[in-house]
Design a protein around this ligand. Sequence first.
Ligand code: TEU
Length: 538
Amino acid sequence: SADENWWRSAAIYQVYVRSFADGDGDGTGDLAGVRARLAYLADLGVEALWFNPWYLSPLVDGGYDVTDYRVVDPAFGTLAEAEKLIAEASTLGIRTIIDIVPNHVSDQHSWFRAALAAGPGSPERELFHFRPGRGAHGELPPNNWPSQFSPSASTWTRVEDGEWYLHLFAPQQPDLNWAHPAVRREHEDVLRFWFSRGVAGVRIDSAALLAKDPALPDHDPGSPGPCPYIDRDELHDVYRSWRAVADEYGAVLIGELWLPDPARFARYLRPDELHTAFNFDFLTRRWDADELRVSIDTTLAEHAPVGAPATWVLSNHDVTRTVTRYGRADTGFDFADKRFGTPTDLPTGTRRARAAALLTLALPGSVYLYQGEELGLPEADIPLDRIQDPMHYRSGGTDPGRDGCRVPLPWTAAAPHAGFGTSPDAEPWLPQPAGWADYAADRQAADPGSMLSLYREALRLRRSGPGFGDGPLRWLPAPPGVLCFARADTLVCVVNLTDRPVDLPDHTAVLLTSAPLDGTGRLPRDTAAWLSASPAGG
Ligand code: TEU
């Protein structure tokens, strides 16, 4: 039914709980804050919420270091409150998706503590990847794998008895051994635990990294031959079991798969594996019509044969904010561009982000919208002594890390801390930069020209109009530097990526534009429009 296929066309809003809204006045966002803002999310017009991890955690990596998957961190709330939130959202027609973090646990997790205590050779250690070191005294790490957080950091940490354990991310995030049946059983139970509480789907963190070559051989990134820790065949078997669990509840599996090869990516999207996966391709593309068209065509071509809808991602909690990225000379995101002090032209970035919003919301499939993008928030410079992200520390301080896109949201322009919390005395956990209140949701709600108003109107049209979401796309003729395509027969999206105004294609009405048309009715530079048109040939 249409209802069970909701995920094929949905606009899904990503809630980074810690920075969304502080409901209990301690400077940290929480479930109470989300519950108090559900009306805002319903007004915005999103169909589902994806919550970053809310489990018990020391928060070394923002909750991607889980101590107990069945407990809500007290900083965020309680299990009972999560259940209320799921029910209240559902009353508003909004589904709940949570984040499952299967690759690793926190070093505070009971399994890892037990493994440390039990010592070398114990069954407890088999749940992780413990190995003796290399070198005459075992003083060198077992292999040369680089940390996912920084090419210059190791993935191994030595413990007191001399063994080393593997962690693709921070040392506080030991990797689980997915060849162990207890690891698989536990995660299937965790899925049931949350699905039976009304969760409609899971976002699977680092979904391509779980399985490792048991020999743990050396590997240089970029060297030929299969990578011993990315995209291994055993994973497909894991996800087939997960799909059987998800199907018991009608729940959806969403993979976080950073796989540059479209063919490898598509292998996970099967009727008996993942329903869908994030397509990060736009994050690596410049603001260039040819590049974006190739990206769109490649994405649609890779999804079509497997029958999966495409997904579109402009932003998330790991990458530079859209208005900042599009305001740079080289707007493509890559990890090397996360350096300090890259110059940005924010007005241009904002124009392009507005146009990109209309572009992605008109493309076939589902769209992920990261909190704060609807407010047009820029990437913030975090003072060095306030940075929390382990990525910064793992890089030896050369990389600013990801905190700049995780700053607590501004809700009320006139309130202390831009209305992030209920207490004027509570400093937000990350500092809000000067001028943050200018982006406040209350101010933008009252301004028809704001980013928030644009998103609301676009999402309203997307929900009510024909042609949006899953379905075919047909390219229409357009001058160089302009993207123009039709959805269904009557909806046309046109995006001008040139530096001068262009004529609109034939249309019967202008539904929405990302910036006003010029005096002669032309589409200005860096602007998108949604048009209705007569059916082709009609
Ligand atoms: O990120 C997965 C991942 O591959 C990261 O290395 C990503 O490439 C990097 O953050 C980009 O800047 C997920 C989560 O989204 C991230 O927040 C976590 O830190 C990571 O897993 C570990 O759980």
